[in-house]
Write a protein that binds this ligand. Structure first.
Ligand code: MG
Length: 291
């Protein structure tokens, strides 16, 4: 197993590259424009930091409280919308619905999303966007729970796949796509759970890793090319090895909501942390970048 300094040679190299968000979430590296895109959820806008200039610009405003996002294989961006209670696709600024309901009722408020190797869209659907006034619009849990769903690239064949996570939030696949990790943002049980993927189903759910008492709850997670799981925490980013062993943590001076790998080399870790976005060099990259 790699050590933290194998992965992050200089933990002190953390650099704040942008600030002024209210609650920064959903970072995603956009290779075509060499930009990091993220959501300022209560600010109801999407921001971008441009690697070439170091400048931050507003990508879109009045966008119905978007949250997590991921790059699809065709270069479009799949993102979650609290306000529209849907998963949507942004292709060159044209935003369309992927899916917004299940079994005749609305979703809660999709939070984070990942695209699997076969193009299927997997997303979590907790209730923050309908229970937290700053993050969406008040509403009911119309199917009475909060699950992880899977659907085809255009929203077809939507089905619940994970029903046993207290507060499902971030999610990511192992490098071989055979394990799904789901973060539970439950203060009573702040864990990352793991599931074996069997086609469109999962089985053998178990606790993969647990945060310490002073780390708060996990939110966004990413998996690197070695199978390490990088979890947001209230004090930074904690890294777990493929077997769940704790590798170490990168301290960040604000509560971290989410993270992603990116940059020209793919090895920069970007961290969305409350009002700011930080970056730090690593020696690894996202598992999806090498599959
Ligand atoms: Mg989240």
């Amino acid at each position: 197993m790699l050590s933290l300094t194998d992965l992050v040679p200089d933990p002190a190299a953390l650099e704040r590259i942008a600030t002024g968000s209210t609650w920064a979430e959903g970072p995603c590296w956009i290779p075509a424009t060499r930009a990091l895109r993220w959501s300022d959820i209560p600010g109801d806008r999407i921001l971008q930091w441009h690697e070439d200039t170091g400048e931050t610009t507003v990508y879109a405003e009045g966008v119905e409280y978007p949250n997590g996002r991921t790059l699809d294989r065709d270069g479009s961006v799949v993102q979650c919308s609290h306000g529209r209670r849907r998963v949507e696709r942004d292709r060159d600024g044209v935003v369309t619905t992927v899916v917004d309901g299940w079994d005749g009722v609305r979703l809660n408020s999709p939070n984070d999303v990942v695209v699997a190797r076969d193009g299927a869209v997997w997303f979590t659907d907790p209730a923050y966007g309908i229970t937290q006034p700053r993050e969406g619009h008040p509403g009911e849990r119309e199917y009475g729970d909060h699950w992880v769903f899977r659907c085809g690239p255009d929203g077809e064949d939507l089905r619940p796949v994970v029903l046993d996570v207290d507060e499902p939030n971030g999610l990511a696949f192992s490098p071989d796509g055979r394990v799904l990790y789901v973060a539970s943002s439950s203060s009573a049980e702040p864990v990352v759970r793991a599931y074996d993927v069997d086609g469109a189903r999962v089985k053998n759910g178990r606790v993969f890793a647990r945060l310490h008492d002073d780390e708060g709850v996990p939110d966004g997670i990413r998996v690197d090319e070695h199978g390490d799981v990088w979890s947001s925490t209230h004090r930074g980013v904690t890294v777990f090895g493929p077997d769940g062993t704790r590798v170490g943590d990168v301290r960040v001076p604000e509560v971290v909501a989410n993270l992603c790998f990116g940059g020209a080399s793919g090895t920069t870790l970007f961290v969305a942390a409350t009002t700011s976005v930080y970056r730090i060099p690593t020696t690894t990259r996202d598992a999806a970048a090498v599959s």
